[in-house]
Design a protein around this ligand. Sequence first.
Ligand code: PSU
Ligand code: MN
Length: 315
Amino acid sequence: MRQQVRYHDPVTLRIAPTVCQALRMGRPVVALESALITHGLPWPRNLELAHHLEETVCGAGAVPATVGILQGVPVVGLSCDELAVLANGGADKVSLWNLPTLLGRDAGTTVAATLQIAQLAGIRVFATGGIGGVHHDSHDVSADLSALARFPLLTVCSGPKSILNVEATLERLESYGVPTIGYRSSRLAGFHLPETDLPLPVRLDTPEAVAHAFINHLLLGGPGFVVSNPVSEGLARGELENYLNGARRDAAAAGVYGKDTTPFLLARLADLSGGRTVEVNLRLLVENAALAARIATSLAERAGEGTLVSGVLHE
Ligand code: PSU
Ligand code: MN
């Protein structure tokens, strides 16, 4: 039976022992989100993917910490059983505005909520598929953007999700002062598309160079930091445009709004493309987890350098 939650119960954060130990020892840790498990991908691929992402992070020498909410409690480093609970359906989708009010419910954490919880645990590197952003033809702007502007973590993604107004999203990242680095590319990644036409301020080609830039950013007191990692094999632009037009039409006809918009559009894209968008989504998630683990490893190796750089700053 579920534990009764009283209004005066304090918020607690549960960190898995493996994650706790890694953080204490300065070993590389990569946070992973769970809204894509609860709301981004269909069963049973969502659960298979959750495990595959964790194995990918481990395989690259880092410790995975999938974040989620279980019975109202934020958890950093979900166990296999806990991942299955979230993947089985019925969980909420949590962002910043409903995070403190879940009262005993299970929920998948969006990029925004994952960033907030991961920074509490002291994690610096996070991997996701595509960040949320500015939607088309509405005032709907994902809290992912304001979270990137507040929490000092490095997020590896394949750009904003293709269902969004990608250009407006990139402008917002610039306004919020979130460095957006092209990994081995000088243009913003387009989620299902390897590349958009939008130029980025800088391109970096190795995990070491990214880690170095991120350390500088932290020492300057900067907030979030985005690494745009193009998917190795995506969809053709014209093909994707067709699916996107269909999905947007369907969303308008169904009157979908608010937090249902993103899951609805992703599900429609999956149907309209006969599963091809899901294939690309799975591929880019795994590639991003691998890159995040390599950056986290480089960051852990260079942890001591901070003092040196801040010494120079204070001369
Ligand atoms: N990336 C994916 N699939 C997803 C998401 C990201 O490959 O489903 C989720 C993330 O959790 C992101 C959320 O934070 O979609 C954005 O939702 P909204 O637009 O309602 O903020
Ligand atoms: Mn929204």
